[in-house]
Design a protein around this ligand. Structure first.
Ligand SMILES: [Mg+2]
Length: 377
């Protein structure tokens, strides 16, 4: 019997970057006064080095607030990995979760774990000399992708048309528009205008960012049915699982949701209620690759479509390894932090062939470094 080679985690560098957006963006939560325009993404990275010289890079993020706490908690967790075998990813996820047990297994505590968990998967795939998607068992080498960045409520219709042209020229296959303005008629007219402008063939999605109640969502959903949308995203409060299910049963357009849920357990509750036809988990928000795979296995049981939220650099791998139809969300916010670019053509994002996630931090990222800590031997 061959013995399993063991290695040991020797060193971890945890860093926090404030990655600026080219232009602040607003969705419905800003229009209704609940949030301010988004100007930065706080990116937490974990760079893990082992005794045998293996290296892995993982990351997660938060928006607007929480970054100091996220970084502080990651610093508290990192010593728990020193000396451990990097192959034991499931056990190590549990170990870190137990370290933060009193602050729960959702939200910030698992978002700190996500950076480590992703770095450990990166190591595992690099060792196998496979991209993460191929390590997990890819069903395809390219995944349809859609653009969100051009369709914010802060953009005028002419700006949206220009952004759509740029997206299509780049090879991106679908376009998502933000809706959820206080006057729902304005949303409907905006979608009508865009649908007329682009024609019926282009995949078009809308995203209400949780701003409707059930009555408004039913009215809007029925009115929007005529535009043959790929989905209506987050029509209701993210935790109104039953409401999403009821809405989905009353309109033709598929309902999508799940991005604001901050653990696998929360996504299981949504799945139990059959609240979404397109499930939108976010590996960074729910604790990394390990919990994402558990969620996608449950989604597969229900034969749902999968459209992970944000983090295209990670989700291209996870979407490629899902059996049913998937979309990847093209949001370029973190692109400048990495040296590599994802290849996009023919409406699809291509699975990188580089080992692991296939990412390295760029020199530009160093300029956005806010805090860093080295833990280890
Ligand atoms: Mg969304």
């Amino acid at each position: 019997m061959p013995t399993t080679p063991s290695d040991a985690i020797e060193n971890i560098v945890v860093s926090l970057y404030q990655v600026p957006l080219k232009k602040p963006v607003s969705d419905a939560k800003v229009l209704t006064g609940r949030q301010t325009p988004l100007s930065h993404v706080a990116m937490l990275t974990a760079e893990i080095t082992t005794r045998d010289g293996a290296r892995g890079l993982g990351f997660s993020y938060c928006l607007r607030s929480g970054s100091a706490a996220l970084f502080a908690h990651a610093k508290e967790l990192a010593p728990g990995l020193i000396g451990e075998d990097p192959a034991d990813i499931g056990r190590l996820w549990e170990k870190l979760a137990w370290m933060g047990g009193s602050i729960s297994r959702t939200g910030l505590s698992v978002q700190a774990i996500a950076a480590f968990d992703t770095a450990l998967w990166d190591i595992k795939a690099r060792r196998a000399d496979l991209s993460l998607g191929r390590l997990l068992g890819a069903y395809r080498t390219a995944v349809p992708c859609y653009n969100t960045s051009g369709g914010y409520l802060s953009a005028t219709l002419p700006e949206i048309y220009t952004a759509i042209e740029a997206s299509l020229a780049r090879g991106i296959g679908g376009i998502k528009l933000k809706v959820g303005q206080p006057d729902v008629e304005k949303d409907i007219e905006r979608v009508r205008a865009v649908r007329q402008h682009v024609g019926n063939a282009l995949p078009l999605m809308v995203d209400a960012n949780q701003q409707w109640d059930l009555t408004t969502a039913l009215r809007a959903g029925r009115a929007l049915d005529e535009f043959r949308l790929t989905w209506i995203e987050e029509p209701l409060s993210a935790h109104d699982y039953a409401g999403h299910a009821l809405l989905g049963s009353r309109i033709d357009t598929p309902v999508s949701t799940g991005e604001m849920l901050c653990s696998a357990e929360e996504l299981y509750l949504l799945l139990d209620q059959q609240g979404a036809r397109y499930l939108q988990p976010d590996a960074g928000r729910i604790g990394g690759i390990t919990p994402f795979l558990k969620v996608s296995a449950q989604a597969e049981r229900q034969r749902l479509n999968l459209a992970p939220h944000f983090l295209m650099e990670i989700h291209i791998h996870l979407a490629a390894a899902y059996p049913y139809d998937t979309w990847v969300e093209h949001i370029e916010w973190l692109e400048p932090a990495f040296n590599e670019r994802l290849e996009i053509s023919g409406g699809c994002m291509h699975l990188p062939e580089r080992p692991g996630l296939g990412l390295s931090l760029s020199e530009r990222a160093a300029g956005w470094l806010e805090a860093t800590a080295a833990i280890g031997r």
